[in-house]
Design a binder for this molecule. Sequence first.
Ligand code: NAP
Length: 320
Amino acid sequence: MKAIVVREWGPPDVMTLEEVPMPWPGPGQVLVRVKAVGVNPVETYVRAGTYARKPNLPYTPGSDGAGIVETVGTGVTVVREGDRVYTHGTASGVYAEAALCDAAQVHPLPERLSFAQGAALGTPYGTAWRALFLKAQARAGETVLVHGASGGVGVAAVQLARAAGLRVIGTAGSEKGMQLVREQGAHEVLNHREPDYVSRIGPLTRGRGVDLVVEMLANVNLDRDLDLLALNGRVMVVGNRGRIEIDPRKIMSKDAAVLAMTMFNATAEEHRMIHAGLAPGLENGTLAPVVGRELPLAAAPQAHVAVLEPGAYGKIVLVP
Ligand code: NAP
């Protein structure tokens, strides 16, 4: 089968499409014929060799895919051959025509979702669900600022928060992105590239502030986020690409909290809760991933450039 292989850390073109042996599922494993692959920013940090967690070289990137179960190993009861599934995690890497997964890493993909949409689920929806509900304890009636709502995690956070009864303010950096965020159910949409957009958030909450910020770029926004919080507000750091100075007094004065998370810390039990929590929305259509761009698997290097460019519009997906 064909798979993207990384043999050294470096720029996007260290990813090459190669012929590799077809993996075979051991006990408790599943072989998925991959129809679509979700591209996440973290995969670019890992490939560059700058991320704290690194696989052994050579490796095939990717954890989020969607496809059809081709073979199940002994002891697997949760899925059968021929089932449509999405993956969140893998043993062999999903940037490939087929991927080996533990049974707990595959989840049913309802008929109403395309494979490309299925590939947009694992990390983005898993992260948004864990950030909102497990870590930040988001509650109906609260106001959430999804700071960076036009990308993979942001779209998921807007759909999930809206469905859970929160008031949603979302931001994007382009007109197209703002329109997308509005269509996903945000009550208010702002452009985080406009100089004075932050000053509009207070009035949108009648001066009370937001209960929760889901933050995609903490190194730019964290100190200003603290100004936006209501009493007992929380900032949930999901994305960060550098350092920032903050004034802790702003946290004190509001009995506020700065929380942060990485999906790599999610336990098996949390993974079970997250995907069980997503299932009803995927079945009834409240959760519908947005795929902005589809590229062939061989274009993984271009996808790694594009996913870091401004002007996000949902997910970038590779098609084997
Ligand atoms: P993505 O699809 O590339 O989206 C990036 C988002 O950040 C876009 O909405 C983008 O908006 C927005 N953004 C750009 N400049 C911003 C600014 N100044 N203020 C606020 N937002 C800004 O990436 P993603 O998959 O949604 O992931 C978002 C971030 O979370 C990434 O840094 C990623 O590495 C991280 N992440 C962390 C975890 C975790 O476990 N903690 C899991 C998944 C992702 P425009 O392009 O419209 O400007």
